[in-house]
Design a protein around this ligand. Structure first.
Ligand code: HEM
Length: 509
């Protein structure tokens, strides 16, 4: 190519860039959508790519930029663009209340699409009338009396965890095990949710299985996918090695759930026919969620096999990652605040004395300080640091009109660390949740389980499970920060996790 033709090519490319840029400039200054969103404060972005590169760091950067830097700079509501898509993150309790208490803005945001292949239209992702009917159908599964029957599972699995920790302590010098507690807690909560949701034991704490490995791995894989803007495109993703691994894991996960559903259906049919003793199954009077779903399914007329699988997979996902995050951050907070740990220990001593008995639901009323510590853990380290909704109709939020098509982000982590509602927010202080201290606080300043019609259906389950596991652990073990341990690095990995684990010294009381 001659020099003059090369110049001509550059000339046309330059002309095209100028034309595109001018078109874009006119569009964002005249379109109704952009006039509205540009009134909301927020970081400056580039044409077409918006703020994509400002948030393309590690996972810990994502949490810092979204939930610390920008809320401090722009306030309780701001906007940014990922590509051409407008996000409106919110940490103001007043604005959160407007949206969360409404029956209208209940559709989930774009980020949930990544979970669709695994969870389908289960309760977490579905919207509209489908979600309403499922929510109504599933609510009885969390009734007080049904939860009571799960306490036995919580106790049994907590004891298994204690046995594992006992062995670990014995294998370290001076009986003090230095370990990352997180994987042990995850496996314990996996065992619990699996038995409660499906009526099936997977022995994740004591045995290896493809299902447990797959559920462990898919969480990490989804984060890797989320971090890479190109991978979020399903077509591109399907051609990558990560996409192929994703499909392989889904086969294992769906295959396992389907086989449990088939077996359970057979077992229930058999029970109707021969009235066999449920004690033989080891499940006794518990009513796993799956039984409720199979009962209402009416042989596929009300719920198909795939609908049931979607709900079970949703409970497996929502029910273990969130709780293990709470358990991990709680133990870390106890280790970092030994005076609080001693107060919990004293309360446990006066409730249980030296007895080795199981935790009962009645004990809850005597464990008020433990409860405040759990609440304070969820304030500083909310298991779900953020969630999303799609704006389907224009909505007025404070001084700003947010047009349809935007995604609203709820910054739970930022809201919980707002000094206006929680003075000295970086200090772990369970007394903030003493009844007198909490008077007058905005009800939406603290939303670890979300709020309103789409709040967490498993909230009571999670709290009862955590109280059982944590009281069992703290009755027997003491947790300390290891001398040379680096502080945990917080990151948003769908749930709040530490990039470098939660490394503690564990010893017998
Ligand atoms: C510490 C533990 C937990 C925390 C902090 C937590 C938090 C949350 C939050 C913030 C949401 C709203 C998410 C959104 O709007 O996108 C949610 C929804 C949900 N959670 Fe939990 N969760 C916990 C444990 C559980 C457990 C144990 C289960 C099941 C047994 C569960 C089942 C669900 C389901 C099914 C939804 C969707 C509800 C709906 O959209 O109607 N969660 N959870």
């Amino acid at each position: 190519m001659s020099f003059s033709s090369l110049l001509l090519v550059f000339y046309y490319i330059g002309l095209l860039v100028i034309l595109l840029w001018t078109g874009w400039w006119i569009y964002i200054r005249t379109s109704r959508f952009h006039i509205a969103v540009n009134r909301i404060p927020g970081p400056k972005g580039l044409p077409f790519i918006g703020n994509t590169f400002q948030i393309a760091g590690g996972l810990e950067d994502l949490l810092h930029i979204f939930q610390e830097k920008w809320p401090q700079q722009y306030g309780g509501i701001y906007r940014l663009f990922i590509g051409s898509h407008c996000y409106v993150p919110i940490s103001s309790p007043e604005i959160m209340e407007t949206i969360l208490s409404s029956q209208k803005t209940i559709d989930k945001g774009l980020s949930y699409d990544q979970l669709l292949p695994w969870l389908g239209q289960g309760l977490l992702i579905s919207s509209g009338d489908l979600w309403r009917s499922r929510r109504k159908m599933l609510t009885p599964a969390f009734h007080f009396s049904i939860l009571d029957s799960f306490v036995e599972i919580f106790n049994e699995q907590s004891r298994i965890l204690c046995g594992i920790l006992d062995n670990l302590c014995a294998s370290f010098a001076e009986g003090k095990a230095e370990i990352d507690v997180y994987p042990y807690l995850t496996r314990c909560s996996l065992d619990i949710i699996c038995e409660a949701a499906m009526g099936t034991k997977i022995n994740a704490q004591t045995e290896d299985s493809d299902y447990v490995d797959a559920i462990y791995r898919i969480g990490k894989l989804l984060i890797e996918q989320f971090q890479n803007p190109f991978m979020r495109n399903p077509t591109i993703f399907s051609f990558t090695a990560l996409g192929r691994e994703h499909d392989r894991l889904l086969k294992i996960l769906h295959g396992f759930t389907e086989s449990v559903i088939r077996n359970r259906r057979k077992f229930l049919d058999q029970q109707v026919n021969d009235k066999s003793d449920p004690v033989e199954t080891g499940i006794r009077n518990r009513l796993p969620l799956l039984d409720l779903l199979l009962k209402v399914s009416d042989d596929g007329k009300v719920l198909s096999s795939q609908d049931i699988r979607n709900e079970i997979d949703t409970f497996m996902f929502e029910g273990h990652d969130t709780t293990s995050s709470l358990l991990g951050w709680f133990l870390y907070s106890m280790a970092a605040n030994p005076d609080c740990q001693e107060k919990v220990w004293n309360e446990l001593q006066s409730t249980f004395g030296d007895s080795d008995r199981y935790f009962k639901q009645d004990d809850v009323s005597n464990l008020k300080y433990l409860e405040c510590c759990i609440k304070e853990t969820l304030r500083m380290y909310p298991s779900v640091p953020g969630f999303e909704r799609t704006v389907v109709e224009d909505i007025q939020l404070g001084d700003y009109l947010v047009p349809a098509g935007c995604t609203l982000g709820f910054l739970v982590f930022a809201a919980h660390r707002n000094p206006k509602f929680f003075p000295y927010p970086l200090v772990f202080n369970p007394e903030r949740f003493f009844p007198d201290e909490a008077i007058g606080r905005h009800p939406y300043a603290y939303v670890p389980f979300s709020a309103g019609p789409r709040n967490c259906i498993g909230q009571r389950f999670a709290l009862l499970e955590s109280k059982t596991v944590l009281s069992t652990l703290l009755r027997r073990f003491k947790f300390e920060i290891a001398h040379n341990a680096k502080p945990p690095v917080l990151s948003n990995q769908l749930t709040l996790k530490s990039v470098n684990g939660i490394n503690l010294l564990v010893s017998r009381r």
